[in-house]
Design a protein around this ligand. Structure first.
Ligand SMILES: Cc1ncc(COP(=O)(O)O)c(C=O)c1O
Length: 496
């Protein structure tokens, strides 16, 4: 006999009380699988409740898998799978993920793990000046202005931006970006712009669009370190084009293009990551010329286009692109905020539409609330003001870094290239016996971290004599202290 005790007026609906008590009896094995529950009418009469209350409780028990009922018959207790809880869950999955995943994804996982096991921004002790990460100085993020824009968007266009957005990105923002690109003499319409989740997604989409396993692609060596594992993931055949003092080696590239079928060329013409090199107009014209001749798409990564604060601006390659050869990538990450995860691709409409189709099936749309807020932020003029402020601050910070290198670095130990903007300085240890992979172990003791050269090289060159420093998160005092600590570390390494 099923003994249930119901409390009226205790705030818990009666059907809930019935459900919970039967559930508990089943879980405690008081009633076992196969046990026949009383009919809804019988139980309702016994408990003095409405029949529909019992019916609702049985429905709930059925939905949770505790009972089964056959049409026109009674309900029976069934053997239900135990819930997976903290206590019942196995400590290790029965799926051997490391073996079951694709080899390419295992490879990318191991690469990330290897880097993580070194130093992440979070694991760096507070006394260490971290000259490694290329992210923004938290003290400069325009939190308050952005909050106002978020509020306005939600207040005035809440129902629009909380819905799935337009698949190519928020229309007004695309128009704004197309107009802003005009300032850099790039002529595109809003239809030729695709909003992405950061420029990293832009790169991923372009690789998916233009390559298949085994495709040959040309990249500068050294290059942006976070695309290297991706190239492996896509099983691409990477042709490394050496970086010279004035940009990628065009003669070398030309020879490659004469011999090989190349699917695309990835280049960073401004403040190249990691070398800081900015190519000149002639270099850009030559590069475009040979790519036009060989009909090879150029992926121009303009990640820091807005961060030119010394000297005259050189126009992007895309500004001369009459034939629709250049796929330009931009981002708000390196001047406004990396956390908003908004970038864009500007390219020929046929290309954009194909990229948009891939994006559509991978993430449906980008975050419309944030795109709305960015549009608001830009159209109020905040973005222009913010860029001006960033230029003022980073022109000073970069001068401080160069001055400190000149002042503290003993002659002949290290050489470097002075960038025309951005945040990066690429340095070379003149003593070839030193290995920059060993720099951070000693650096950590002296309160400094850098990015070792080998992180950035593709192909056979190891680049162990190079390293990159980045000033994007540090103020002038920190930059100077970091460089003093770096000098101390290099001198110590030489002696050891
Ligand atoms: C050269 C370059 N391209 C693209 C990116 C990706 O940036 P995001 O996805 O934040 O726009 C970075 C990030 O550091 C970068 O250095």
């Amino acid at each position: 006999m099923l003994l249930l005790k119901l409390k009226h007026n205790n705030g818990i609906p009666l059907y809930n009380q019935i459900t919970d008590q039967i559930k508990e009896m089943i879980e405690r094995d008081v009633i076992k699988p196969g046990y026949k529950l009383p009919s809804t009418r019988t139980l309702a009469d016994r408990l003095g409740v409405n029949r529909s209350t019992v019916y609702e409780a049985y429905q709930e028990l059925w939905a949770l898998g505790y009972i089964e009922s056959r049409p026109g018959s009674y309900s029976f207790v069934r053997k239900r799978q135990e819930l997976a809880t903290g206590n019942t869950r196995k400590t290790k999955s029965i799926i051997p993920w490391n073996k079951q995943v694709s080899p390419a994804s295992e490879n990318i996982y191991r690469t990330l793990h290897l880097i993580r096991s070194e130093y992440t921004a979070e694991s760096v002790p507070p006394n260490v000046i971290n000259l490694s990460p290329l992210t923004m100085d938290k003290r400069l993020l325009p939190v308050e202005d952005f909050r106002k824009c978020m509020n306005k968007v939600l207040r005035e266009s809440g129902t629009k931006v909380l819905d799935y957005g337009e698949s190519n990105g928020y229309g007004k923002l695309r128009t704004y970006i197309a107009n802003r690109l005009q300032l850099h003499s790039i002529s595109v319409t809003a239809d030729e712009v695709l909003i992405t989740n950061g420029s990293q997604q832009g790169i991923d989409l372009i690789l998916r669009l233009l390559t298949e396993p085994g495709s040959k692609i040309a990249v500068e060596s050294p290059t942006y370190s976070l695309i290297i594992p991706l190239l492996k993931y896509f099983k691409l055949d990477v042709v490394s084009i050496p970086m010279l003092a004035d940009g990628l080696d065009i003669d070398y590239l030309e020879k490659v293009l004469r011999k090989e079928k190349i699917s695309l060329i990835y280049t960073i013409p401004n403040f190249q990551n990691p070398t800081g090199v900015t190519t000149d107009q002639v270099h850009r014209e030559r590069l475009l010329g040979i790519c036009e001749k060989h009909r090879v798409p150029i992926v121009e990564d303009g990640f820091e286009e807005e961060m030119k604060y010394f000297g005259n601006a050189v126009l992007p390659i895309k500004s001369m692109d009459k034939g629709g050869v250049v796929i330009y990538i931009g981002t708000f990450s390196k001047v406004l905020s990396p956390g908003i995860r908004i970038g864009w691709i500007a390219a020929d409409k046929d290309c954009i539409e194909r990229l948009a189709a891939i994006k559509r099936y991978s993430d449906l749309t980008s975050n419309a609330v944030v795109q709305g807020a960015i549009y608001e932020y830009c159209s109020r003029g905040y973005y222009d003001l913010h860029i001006k402020r960033m230029h003022r601050i980073f022109a000073r910070r970069m001068k401080t870094a160069i001055k400190a290198l000149r002042k503290y670095m003993p002659a002949g130990k290290v050489s470097w290239v002075e960038p025309a903007g951005g945040y990066l300085i690429w340095l070379k240890l003149e003593n070839h016996k030193l290995d920059t992979l060993k720099l951070n172990k000693a650096g950590l003791r002296n309160g400094v971290l850098v990015s070792p050269g080998p992180y950035f090289f593709t192909g056979n060159k190891r680049g162990h004599e190079y390293f990159r420093i980045c000033i994007s998160t540090l103020n002038e005092e920190e930059i100077e202290r970091g460089i003093r600590n770096l000098v101390k570390t290099i001198i110590q390494l030489e002696k050891s």
